[in-house]
Design a protein around this ligand. Structure first.
Ligand SMILES: [Zn+2]
Ligand SMILES: [Zn+2]
Length: 90
């Protein structure tokens, strides 16, 4: 059965406990000096909630999305790193 929706639904995301209607929207504004938004004063950060980029008033400038897939996956291994990945399975 088809159901019309009004915005994108991110089916690749882990289901969260909140529904779209429960998304926490902060009242931050982009800092004109730094060009960044959602710093330490962000109410979402206060309650340990990551901003939803689709709803955050700061949009791409939001600094409270560090756990989002995009940045979490930005960790890369350099062949010159001193830390090596070892096979832990004997
Ligand atoms: Zn914020
Ligand atoms: Zn934000």
């Amino acid at each position: 059965m088809w159901h019309r929706i009004h915005r994108n639904v991110f089916t690749h995301r882990e289901p969260k406990c909140v529904t779209e209607d429960d998304v926490l929207i902060c009242t931050c504004e982009v800092n004109p000096e730094t060009g960044l938004g959602c710093g330490p004063e962000c109410i979402n950060r206060d309650v340990l909630v990551e901003c939803d980029p689709a709803f955050c008033p700061c949009g791409a400038a939001c600094q409270n999305q560090k756990f989002s897939r995009k940045q979490a996956r930005s960790i890369h291994w350099s062949p010159y790193d001193r830390v090596r990945v070892v096979n832990a399975i004997p």
